[in-house]
Ligand binder design. Sequence first.
Ligand SMILES: *Cc1c(COP(=O)(O)O)cnc(C)c1O
Length: 362
Amino acid sequence: MPRPILATIHTAALRHNLARCRAATPDARVWAIVKANAYGHGIERAFEGLRAADGFALLDLDEAQRVRALGWRGPVLLLEGVFELRDLELCSRLDLWHTVHCNEQIDMLASHKTNVPHRVFLKMNSGMNRLGFTPERYRSAWTRLNALPQVDEISLITHFSDADGARGVASQMAVFASVTKDLPGERSVCNSAATLRHSELGSDWVRPGIAIYGSAPDFPQHSAAEWDLQPAMTLAAKIIATQDLAAGDSVGYGSTFVASRAMRIGIVACGYADGYPRVCPSGTPVLIDGVRGCTVGRVSMDMLVVDLTEMPQSGFGSEVTLWGRAGNGAVLSIDEVAHSAGTVGYELMCALAPRVPVLVEA
Ligand SMILES: *Cc1c(COP(=O)(O)O)cnc(C)c1O
């Protein structure tokens, strides 16, 4: 018997969430963001659920090759563009669209030999201060790109730092709109948070990532259920042992949890080596046979512990859902678990460990 732990990728949920993003901005085309191996879901595993997208956007050339190997002939966008000159050959060969965010990338394009001019997305640093040309330098970058025979169409792109929060997108959007006002080309500005919270921005291409995987980009202000998003990944394991505790007994490494009364606990075949965060404290929510319960004590490498005191019907072999959808249909959002760990759903889904077997559910 393999160790009783399993991740399930829900194809129908991916399809639903993608449609949900499309409905928020009906005039825009939708890039499904599949960087980081489709946020830990696996590009090949997520593909079927996302094939209704208008294009796939990612960072690694290796991932772009995998998308092409799946038979996808539509748009593929490299969100960070190329890293060295020879990457442009792959762009020519696989017809990859690429972001241009710095002068070094324009230099590379200028020395690239190709008969097929490239579609590029010129990136503005409108305030995030990661990638892109500053508003002052943007138009000269556009002019330089536009003069290159290696370049076909130029689209205009920027990225928001605060689409999920109170600062919002207004000031970055104002900068982007004023600098690009009379430039031709398609626009792309919205990540998941902007697609859902600022859907009036729309533009030609939206770029939802986290929302298509069923996590709320602005949790806890909104939950995934409030955005009508469904979990695309379930992580579940079984109880492989139980223990009865007396008041004063402790649980796990460091004895961080001490029973204040008689308790029954279950030992679950999931630990931090599976991608479950070690920092989750006692009280982190789980579903035990589809019923909401919680963890006790420290998460160890291969096991964690849940409280069964109020769940006499559960025990050896019971299903524990760490996040996602339980067998009875109950949902525990990855956002709640991430919140317990002091992080975001993105980090948990991306950290699903390679040792966990994965099933793709139609
Ligand atoms: C990752 C990424 C996105 C998607 O962000 P989410 O918050 O997951 O929706 C969009 N645009 C760019 C440039 C990105 O790098």
